[in-house]
Design a protein around this ligand. Sequence first.
Ligand code: IMP
Length: 434
Amino acid sequence: MASVVVVGTQWGDEGKGKIVDLLTRYADFVVRFQGGNNAGHTLVVDGKQYIFHIIPSGILYKDKTCVIGNGVIIDPGVLLKEMANLAEKGMAVTPRQLLISANAHLIMPYHQCLDVARENALAKGKKIGTTGRGIGPCYMDKVGRVGMKVGDLLDMSLFTDKLQAAVEDKNFILTRQFGAQPLDYAAILDQFEAHAAQLSPFIGNVSVALDQARKAGKNILFEGAQGTQLDIDHGTYPFVTSSNTIAGNACIGSGFGPVHIDEVIGILKAYTTRVGEGPFPTELPEGDGIGDILQQKGHEYGATTGRRRRCGWFDAVVANDAVRLNGLTGFAVTKLDVLSGLKKLKIATGYRVEGVPYGYMPDNIRKARMAEPVYEEMDGWGTELPGIRSYEDLPAQAKDYLKRLEDLTGVAPAIVSVGPDREETLLLRNPFSG
Ligand code: IMP
């Protein structure tokens, strides 16, 4: 029995979907604990592509229980659409397969309107580049104690009261501050009455369910969304998402005790990418030959918004921040195959800001923007990797690269991914086996 947390170590899009899918084979429960449908997990199974934004990707396994914890924010329309898509493919989701916390918050239509209106109102250079899914405004309401909870769907008189006050308040802001159209209270109520009828059988107490699972000796996998540098407290604020993306939130966002976590695996892309605005010290700007190769070969487009991801060299400063902030016990290195064919590879081992050396991401956003990477260079490898099924068969330079990542961070890879398919993965150490 083990409880394993998986988190992104960079700016999201590290390939968590694939690693979570692999580890799900060994888990009984798969738990999401933060974020919403700003996340996008892409999986390729038997040549078929699946993209999930809110349902844990473990849903592809019939015998697992997928859990959406209290720390997640849920757009019920998006969730129901994902469930309908699965039903169309003959994989209708049952309440035994999916449990949603009554304490999770609902992304309401006005959250999405406010997200887009706020982002549009920001001047160039100040925009966050949000996914426009209502994430920030929904978490603002949660912390402001005026949020709509999933559990409210089970009590329509409470829901109606809260909704009336919320729509009045948000319409004031939308019309007066942003000159936008007001939303129709009756239409939202109708829509959510229908959502309530469909979702009610899936709503329950996640903390109690996970406690029972742990006591029954079940394996539990906690699936983080986004990445460490997008954490609301520890990331490149304000160019971050509105939740805590680091491993500590696996406990808070699901109601699970910290002493019961056995392993924390950090997903580490073999190079670095970022979507949206904000500091990115090792970025290779658009038009840079190598940046463009990484972008094209790595298919670096956001799974949620389709935006082109910014690409750059591997950054050991970012990796070390992730080791410290998450207490990582192992890495899952992804997309190693994308580096094949590059003659020389660069790794940032530190930064300099106004001449001062830094071994961590500067807290000050102005300084983070000015951080200049200090690089070391390694030899690349010529051969493509997808046929490779064991660590021993990797080219010597690829092994050297992995060893260097380990030496720079003090954390060894437990998993190495050499291609997009489930089978293109080297499992060096199974975190569920201790
Ligand atoms: P928000 O989460 O939509 O508010 O967006 C805030 C920032 O986080 C933006 O820069 C987004 O591009 C980024 N972001 C949010 N979710 C993801 C994700 O799943 N992967 C990568 N970046 C993300």
